[in-house]
Design a protein around this ligand. Structure first.
Ligand code: GLC
Length: 401
């Protein structure tokens, strides 16, 4: 069984959004610490309304929000005693995370916390064993001290904001320290922890912008992907993905019983960009319409590798994430006439029949089965921006794929 919640909204937000480029802008442009820190003087998201974020997520069928409490830049989007480089020291001056946690509570969705190990602001965070490091002159490498710093902040995060669903470490430290996850669990025993922490596999894996090979996931898996190709934080000139690409990506992960985090990057004023709202809305509409097939049991095997399947009782769902080049589909392993075939995307009935190969031809036996199910007049073009899912209702005991 996969993770308890299947679809969430990842939110990358910090003072970097003011640059309209990328959450790692400081590193990419070799910006000195002091210069970058001045962004905090301008951070004032007057349009921040977390109830709107929650409403967007819920309408799309999402069940949780994972929020960047501290990204690699070290800026904290929550009220922390352990550094002044935090949201309370900006013109906004209010605890963004507190407001988000309250909105999630009101909206009845769960909250997860992203926390970066690299910290480009902390003078003792440098870790030569890890990646994404950007120390300033005079910094020291003192990971023991830094671990205490992290623990102090984790105590704040896991005591002040209610029950947290998952803890999303980012950038593995490549230093083994089981006390870190133990500390998290001592504060919130039910929390799920990802695999990017202190050399600890945690509870779940986190493939990023990719679909792992193979069948059903063998452990809890939460894939993540942003709405655009370039960035996780807000990017003014983002190359947004097509809705179709995102539906395909979600489908491929969910069919293997994985969970999916779809990321948006709010603008400096606190609003989610229109393009991202539009994508989440369209992808969400698709997600809600085919959800029963995504929640069904992974089954996966059809002789054509491009087709994925899930099943529930006598219903077989055929997912077509790589699309069709014509309006018909022949499903070779199915050789009995189903009770019904519908296009789950809008529940319309589809026409179908059994194709029989001529029995007297020797070559016919080489075509896997002599008979196969043929579905035709599939409205491929009308649904070009969604992943098609067929719902095939068979007689009891007839699923052999
Ligand atoms: C990568 C990036 C980071 C992003 C994360 C999301 O680790 O370095 O910017 O937050 O992926 O999974």
């Amino acid at each position: 069984m996969g993770m308890p919640l299947k679809f969430g909204m990842f939110v990358h937000w910090g003072i970097y959004s003011l640059t309209g480029y990328h959450e790692q802008v400081r590193w990419r442009y070799f910006t000195p610490r002091e210069t970058y820190a001045r962004l905090a003087e301008r951070f004032n998201p007057t349009e921040y309304d977390p109830d709107k974020w929650v409403a967007l997520a819920k309408a799309a069928g999402m069940e949780y929000i994972c929020f960047t409490t501290k990204h690699h830049d070290g800026f904290c989007m929550f009220d922390t005693k352990y550094t002044d480089f935090n949201i309370m020291h900006t013109p906004y001056g209010r605890d963004i995370l507190r407001e988000l946690a309250d909105a999630c509570e009101r909206g009845g969705i769960r909250l997860s916390l992203y926390y970066s190990n690299p910290d480009w602001n902390c003078p003792f965070a440098y870790n030569s064993k890890s990646s994404h490091q950007f120390p300033s002159a005079g910094d020291v490498e003192d990971t023991l001290r830094y671990r205490e710093y992290e623990k102090n902040q984790i105590r704040e995060l896991l005591t002040n904001y209610g029950k947290i669903y998952t803890f999303f470490w980012d950038i593995p430290t490549r230093i083994a320290d089981p006390t870190m996850n133990e500390f998290i669990r001592s504060l919130q025993p039910d929390i799920l922890i990802n695999d990017r922490g202190w050399d600890d596999p945690g509870d779940f894996s986190t493939p990023e912008r990719s679909v792992p090979d193979g069948g059903r996931f063998e452990r809890y898996t939460e894939a993540c992907q942003s709405v655009g190709r370039e960035s996780w934080g807000w990017c003014e000139h983002e190359d947004y993905y097509t809705a179709r690409f995102l539906c395909d990506s979600i489908d491929k992960i969910r069919v293997k019983d994985g969970s999916y985090l779809l990321n948006v990057g709010p603008k400096p004023d606190g609003t989610i960009p229109d393009e991202a709202v539009d994508l989440v809305t369209r992808v969400g509409k698709w997600y809600n319409s085919v959800r029963e097939s995504l929640d069904a049991e992974p089954c996966l095997v059809l002789d054509d590798k491009k087709l994925l399947t899930t099943k529930r009782d006598n219903i077989l769902y055929v997912h077509i994430p790589d699309g069709l080049i014509c309006r018909g589909l022949t499903l070779k392993p199915i050789d009995v006439l189903p009770k019904s075939v519908t296009l789950l995307n809008d529940n319309r009935p589809l026409e179908y029949g059994i194709v029989t190969c001529p029995e007297d031809k020797d070559w016919s036996t080489q075509i896997l089965r002599r008979q196969s199910l043929h579905v035709w007049d599939i409205p491929v073009e009308e649904f070009a921006s969604e992943t098609l899912v067929l719902k095939i209702e068979l007689d009891e005991g007839k699923i052999e794929v």
